[in-house]
Design a protein around this ligand. Structure first.
Ligand code: 4AD
Ligand code: MG
Length: 467
C-alpha cells in the first residue's frame, strides 16, 4: 500500500481540497451498500463524526472485503471527495484498503443500542461507542479547562500525596495500604495491630482528600490547587458515589467566605462554558441521544447567578414545603444532614438555580471548618446543582490554633498525626479557604449521563474492581 501521511478524521472532515490523495485509519462502525458499491462509516476517535469511505467493490478482492466487518481496524488510501449523502462535507473514494486488525462476529458491539449496564461489563470496549467516546473527550476537555482556569488566575498546581497517615475528613472511610502479611499480623496485648514493622512504620492509607497538605501549600505559595485521585471506602451504592474519584481542590490564603463563593461560582461557570465552546459536536450528540435538556441546562448555569443560602434558611424552606404536603423520604429538621432529595428540591423546584448553601451546623461538618460566633454553625459551603445535588464541598478554615485544637479534641481526632497541620496555625497563621469539586460529579452534569460509573473509564465501586 502506498505510504501517505495519515489525516485524523476530525481534520479531514474540515478539508475542502477535493481531489487530494489522503490516508485515514480507524475502526469500522457500519458497512452497508449494494452489490456494486459499499459505504463504510469509519471512526478514529478524534471526533464523534465518522468519515464515509466509498468502496467500488469491483476494485477489491473478495478476500479483503470479507474482513471489512464492524469493529475491524482499517487503513484507507483514497481521493478526498465532496460528499452529497453522508451528512458530512467530505468523504473518501477508496483506492487502497488494508485491514490492520480483523474483527470476528464475537465482537460485542455489533449492534447499536446496548444498555449502560451491559456496556459497564465491557468497559474495555465501551470507549468505541459514540456515547463513551463523547464522554471521554469531554472528560479530557474538562481537565484542560480546570488547569487553564487556575493557571490563568495564578494558582500553582501542587501535588499532594496519595498515600497518607491522616484522615482529612475524619470520617474513617480510608483504604489501608500495607505490605504486612495479613495471615500473620503482630498484635499488642490489647489486640491492636502493631505497625512498627510495616512498610511506612505506621498505619497508612489512600488519601480521601489533598486538603490538609493543600493548606500547607496555600499558606506559603498563596493560592494552589490539587487535582488527583482520591479514595473513599464508603459503602454507598448510589449513582453519585465512587470508591475512587478525582477531586480538584483549590486553597487560597486570605480568602473569606464571600471570596470562596465567588471562586466556586466562577470556576464552575468557566468549566461549563468551556464545554459549550469546545465540545459542541459531542454535546449535541449527548443532547440528542442521552438527555434532551442538556445544552439548555448548561447554558442556563452559565447565564444565571447562583443563590447564596444559609443552611438555617434552607431548612425553613424545606419545612414549609413539608407543611404544604411535599413528601420527602428523610425527615427535615435543623441539624439534619441534607439528603440529595432535599438538595434537589431546593435547586430544581424552589429556586430553579444552583444554590451555594452556607453556615452549616458544626456537628455535620468536618473539624477544620471556621466556627461562627454563634457557637453552633461553621463557614462551610456546599454547591448544590440540578440533577446532581452536591457538586462542591468547601469552607473557610479555622485558622485560630486554640479553636481548632478544641474542635480536634472534642471530636477525638488522633493528634499525633496532625502536628504538622497545626504548625500552620502556630507559625504565622492566616485566614484561608478552599473547596473540593468532585470531577466526576462535574462530568455527570456536563454530559447529562445518569450514573457516575459512566463518566469515569474504569469505575471502582463496592464489590467491583474489574479491568
Ligand atoms: O465534601 P467533600 O467530602 O469535601 C472534601 O473532601 C474537602 N476536603 C474538600 C476541600 O475543602 N478541599 O468532597 C468534595 C467533593 C464533593 O462535593 C463531591 O463532589 C465529591 O467531592 N465527592 C465524591 N464524588 C464521587 N464519589 C464519592 N464517593 C465522593 N465523595 C465526595
Ligand atoms: Mg461534602
Amino acid at each position: 500500500m502506498e505510504k501517505i501521511r495519515r489525516t485524523k478524521v476530525v481534520d479531514l472532515l474540515k478539508r475542502e481540497d477535493f481531489g487530494a490523495m489522503v490516508n485515514v485509519k480507524g475502526w469500522v462502525r457500519t458497512r452497508r451498500g449494494s452489490k456494486q458499491v459499499n459505504f463504510i462509516a469509519l471512526n478514529d476517535g478524534s471526533t464523534i463524526n465518522n468519515v464515509q469511505i466509498v468502496v467500488d467493490l469491483a476494485n477489491f478482492s473478495e478476500e479483503l472485503l470479507k474482513d471489512i466487518t464492524t469493529g475491524a481496524c482499517l487503513s484507507v488510501n483514497g481521493v478526498l471527495t465532496e460528499s452529497v449523502g453522508s451528512g458530512q462535507k467530505a468523504e473518501i473514494q477508496a483506492s487502497e484498503i488494508e485491514v490492520l486488525g480483523a474483527c470476528d462476529n464475537t465482537y460485542p458491539l455489533q449492534k447499536k443500542g446496548h444498555s449502560m449496564e451491559f456496556l459497564r461489563e465491557i468497559a474495555h470496549l465501551r470507549p468505541r461507542t459514540n456515547t463513551f467516546g463523547a464522554v471521554y473527550r469531554i472528560r479530557h476537555n474538562m481537565a484542560i479547562a480546570i488547569h487553564q482556569f487556575f493557571h490563568e488566575k495564578g494558582f500553582f498546581y501542587f501535588h499532594t500525596p496519595i498515600i497518607t497517615a491522616s484522615d482529612c475528613e475524619g470520617a474513617g472511610q480510608m483504604f489501608q495500604v500495607t505490605t504486612k502479611n495479613l495471615y500473620d499480623l503482630k498484635k499488642d496485648e490489647n489486640g491492636s495491630i502493631i505497625y512498627d514493622d510495616d512498610f511506612f512504620g505506621k498505619q497508612a492509607s489512600l488519601t480521601v482528600s489533598g486538603q490538609l497538605e493543600g493548606e500547607l501549600a496555600a499558606t506559603a505559595l498563596g493560592a494552589i490547587y490539587t487535582f488527583g485521585p482520591t479514595f473513599r471506602a464508603e459503602n454507598s451504592n448510589t449513582p453519585r458515589h465512587l470508591a475512587e474519584f478525582w477531586m480538584v481542590e483549590p486553597e487560597v490564603a486570605f480568602a473569606d467566605l464571600t471570596d470562596l463563593m465567588e471562586l466556586e461560582e466562577e470556576f464552575i461557570k468557566h468549566c461549563v462554558k468551556w464545554a459549550l465552546d469546545n465540545c459542541r459536536d459531542d454535546l449535541e450528540f449527548l443532547n440528542k441521544m442521552v438527555d434532551k435538556g442538556l445544552i439548555e441546562r448548561l447554558q442556563k448555569v452559565v447565564d444565571t447567578e447562583f443563590v447564596r443560602l444559609p443552611y438555617t434558611e434552607g431548612i425553613k424552606i424545606l419545612e414549609e414545603a413539608v407543611a404544604k404536603g411535599h413528601k420527602f423520604e428523610f425527615p427535615v429538621y435543623w441539624g439534619c444532614d441534607l439528603a440529595s432529595e432535599h438538595e434537589r428540591y431546593l435547586v430544581e423546584e424552589h429556586f430553579q438555580k444552583p444554590v451555594i448553601m452556607t453556615d452549616y451546623p458544626k456537628e455535620i461538618k468536618a473539624f477544620y471548618m471556621k466556627q461562627n460566633a454563634d457557637g453552633k454553625t461553621v463557614q462551610g459551603t456546599d454547591v448544590l446543582f440540578p440533577q446532581i445535588g452536591e457538586i462542591i464541598g468547601g469552607s473557610v478554615r479555622e485558622e485560630n490554633y486554640d479553636k481548632l485544637m478544641a474542635r480536634i479534641q472534642e471530636l477525638h481526632i488522633p493528634m499525633k498525626d496532625m502536628w504538622w497541620y497545626l504548625d500552620t496555625r502556630k507559625y504565622g497563621t492566616c485566614p484561608h479557604a478552599g473547596f473540593g469539586l468532585g470531577f466526576e460529579r462535574l462530568l455527570l452534569f456536563v454530559t447529562g449521563m445518569a450514573n457516575i460509573r459512566d463518566v469515569i473509564p474504569f469505575p471502582r465501586t463496592p464489590r467491583n474492581a474489574e479491568f
